[in-house]
Design a protein around this ligand. Sequence first.
Ligand code: FES
Length: 139
Amino acid sequence: MSARPAASRRTVLRGAALTPVAALGLTACGRTEEGPARLTGPTELGPESEVAENGAKLYRDHNVVVSRSADGTLKAYDTVCTHAGCPVNKLEGTRLICPCHGSEFDATTGKVLREPAVAPLKAMAVEVRNGTLVAKPQT
Ligand code: FES
């Protein structure tokens, strides 16, 4: 008899304990293995008052930016970079900046301001419900 069977059993148990998490495709930070979190349905972002006229606010937890034009019109875009899928994490005025390779996007139109990204950000639907911004994928 050797000590090898005990080590093998421990290895099997460790593998079994990790399997359910891996099967769900979840990681500790709440992102999925497929990439950054994305809205799949109506999601409350925060108070409408957080987005000023001619301004924008980046909701990093949801990967959404909301902007408001001078006439009060709200627009929202998915902020997962169209170049290679990094979550955009910086907003300067209405300019979104991707940390991975430096692409920049206009938060009021979704258009690319600086490559390497070439495709615009995906538009989202946004509305105000009882003073709260609610965004969702466009249908
Ligand atoms: S993933 Fe954003 S610039 Fe490459």
